[in-house]
Design a protein around this ligand. Sequence first.
Ligand SMILES: C[S@@+](CC[C@H](N)C(=O)[O-])C[C@H]1O[C@@H](n2cnc3c(N)ncnc32)[C@H](O)[C@@H]1O
Length: 284
Amino acid sequence: MASPQQTMGKTYMPAELLIAHIVKIHASISNLECLRPSKPVNSLFTQLVKLCTLPSSVDVQCLPADVQRMRESLIRQCGQAEGLLELEFSTHLTKLPHPMSHLNLFPYYTNYVKLASMEHQILFESGMVQPKRVAFVGSGPMPLTSIIMATDHMKLTHFINYDVDESANILARQLIAMDDDLEKRMEFKTCDIMDVKEELGSFDCIFLAALVGMSKEEKVGILGHIRKYMKGGGILLVRSANGARAFLYPVIEEDDLHGFEVLSIFHPTNDVINSVVLVRKPVY
Ligand SMILES: C[S@@+](CC[C@H](N)C(=O)[O-])C[C@H]1O[C@@H](n2cnc3c(N)ncnc32)[C@H](O)[C@@H]1O
């Protein structure tokens, strides 16, 4: 089997070697009792993220069926572990007197800062400057994207966060409760995004979190629903994945975006995981 090579200071991993490592990690994760944060869980997911952010020639569109099945299982495991990690930290932070001054305790806080800055830059370059109303779909118990966007980039914008999980919204509201500015500009609504209709037409920009729609079919169904109800000329930012990062999150291809005008697709090469796909609903 080919061995790893060094390119630009990063180990380039031949696809078959990378996949062999990922298959082994998936097997170890599958043997874990539960995916709540713990030493073994943290260590396996840290190894997995390191591997998946290495330069490689992996193309998940051409995986053998058994590896594709493993990938789908791994994406669900990653989603579950991410949700449990956010739940753990949000529960801990909301017990502190000023949760907002301790957000950086979250292990992936700097990744979210970089991702939000990247997403704001992409929106700014597409002409979406200081939107009035933004929706974040799948905000979770640690709604870092909305918080960082509202605090650092969109200081006049009103954010409506949708999450199907009421316990996530209860924690998210507690997280921002001590911040007067965010309290006024941020709402958390408990519902499946598939049940939100006319209100989607009130947003200048909608973010769709990577973990909303865990299979291609589910994601495409959600995209079609949002497109149906969002306003003409409205912008949708879809988080996707590329290369080996596609073992962690679902991938959105251009042909999953029929009916939208694709404005840009950005694949990060640093430690940010998600790709950013920006689309607009045409004004008929
Ligand atoms: C764990 S969070 C990750 C988002 C992350 N906090 C961020 O700022 O980008 C993803 C959330 O999506 C929510 N979710 C999944 N499917 C959904 C759906 N169909 N409608 C609304 N929320 C959904 C889950 O309940 C979960 O809390």
